[in-house]
Design a binder for this molecule. Structure first.
Ligand code: PLP
Length: 388
């Protein structure tokens, strides 16, 4: 197989050797962590250690029981956060949910459901990747029930000021629940869950060189004490009763190994990816390709708009050269019509249709960026253009 230049790390990342090794080890330690015999105790110990490791990667050294719930993916963790809070008996009377107009579908679709159930959802604009803070201030009232905001946007790389928003929300409505979808920020930039100020925070293993099919929800002590979260998967009461079902021990072992490694290297990785992004942006300067760079952006995601060339056409051209990138986000490839995130950024539908996302990991090299630049410039010279 020809060498692949993999630049689609926001869709998923390759499994790290450490994660792979931990998963192979976990295949033999087959016990059920809920069993009371020796095999169960062995698995329970592994589960405890994995929970502590992921907690530490989130900046929390001493998690209490129930503060880190393993789930089947980031999508499930956010669904638990949003629906589990909205449906809790301890729910207060406030009714407004504050969010952005560019959340991932795993948040947005649950918000649509909550709207049907009677909540008022306010989606603040993120034009140019900049959150409208005046609108945030205007909507931070006593009626705030919840704020849900992503740390880093998966299509544009915009880094939203969640810390500031959560602080404003709490000042206006002390009971308000603050949820952060940190799937694209976790271990891509230094982040501590306490500093973010989240009551609930979603992460996913496969974006940090862990396996697919495992995620986690961080839960603050306050949420647990006040019983403000209820499970939607009922059963054996695993994961502190918040997510029944026997834990995916192999996936969790891989998640913990990837998180430990990622936490050790986060600053160096970020600096390296920033170098790659700068190189890419410099290499596009003066060309017909426009970079959609928010003023505050994570290092690993670069969105570009092509001159009248459909993103799919360029994607296939790059793919033929062994280069993997994506058009918008991988999950939006199932959706019809232009990406709502790119429209929220301020692109026209036809610009959104000609936009690609390049996303790095610490494993990528300057040479790979140069290969991409050569292929992009060649594509711009040779590929068929559409009418705007
Ligand atoms: N949130 C964001 C911002 C994402 O980018 C993704 C995946 O692309 C998810 C949530 C969903 O994570 P998972 O694939 O683990 O369900």
């Amino acid at each position: 197989m020809a060498t692949t230049v993999y630049l689609d790390n926001s869709a998923t990342t390759p499994l790290s050797p450490a994660a792979r090794e931990a998963m192979i080890g976990a295949m033999d330690a087959f016990g059920n962590p809920s069993s009371l015999h020796a095999r169960g105790a062995e698995a329970a110990k592994m589960l405890r250690q994995a929970r502590a490791t992921v907690g530490e990667a989130l900046g929390e050294r001493f998690l209490k029981d129930g503060q880190l719930i393993f789930t089947s993916c980031g999508t499930e963790a956010s669904a638990l956060a949003l629906l589990g809070t909205a449906h809790a008996k301890a729910r207060r009377t406030a009714n407004t949910i504050l969010t952005t107009d560019s959340e991932h579908p795993s948040v947005e679709k649950n918000l649509c459901q909550l709207e049907k159930e009677g909540f008022t959802v306010v989606r603040v604009a993120t034009r140019g990747g900049v959150l409208d803070m005046d609108a945030v201030r205007q909507h931070c009232t006593r009626d705030l029930f919840m704020v849900t905001m992503m740390l880093v946007n998966n299509e544009t790389g915009a880094r939203y000021p969640v810390e500031e928003v959560f602080a404003l929300a709490r000042a206006a409505a002390p009971d308000c629940v603050c949820h952060c979808d940190a799937v694209q920020g976790f271990l891509k930039l230094p982040m501590r869950v306490r500093t973010v100020g989240a009551d609930l925070l979603t992460v996913s293993a496969h974006k940090i060189h862990g396996p697919k099919g495992v995620g986690a929800l961080y839960v603050s002590e306050r949420m647990l004490k006040e019983r403000r979260l209820v499970a939607f998967l009922q059963g054996g009461g695993q994961e502190h009763g918040l997510r029944s079902g026997t834990e995916n021990m192999i996936g969790i072992a891989g998640f913990a190994a990837a998180a430990a490694e990622g936490a050790r290297n986060v600053c160096a990785a970020m600096a390296h990816m920033q170098g790659l992004a700068d190189r890419l942006i410099a290499g596009l300067a003066g060309s017909e390709i426009r970079v959609n760079r928010p003023p505050c952006a994570a290092a690993h995601i670069v969105s570009i708009t092509l001159p009248h060339i459909k993103s799919e056409t360029m994607l296939h051209h790059l793919s033929a050269a062994g280069i993997c990138v994506s058009a918008g986000s991988a999950c939006s490839s199932h959706a019809s019509g232009p990406s709502s995130v790119l429209l929220a950024f301020g692109l026209t539908p036809s610009e959104a249709d000609t936009t690609l996302r390049i996303s790095f990991s610490a494993e990528n090299t300057a040479q790979e960026v140069d290969t991409l630049l050569d292929a992009l410039h060649e594509g711009v010279r040779t590929l068929v253009r559409i009418k705007r």
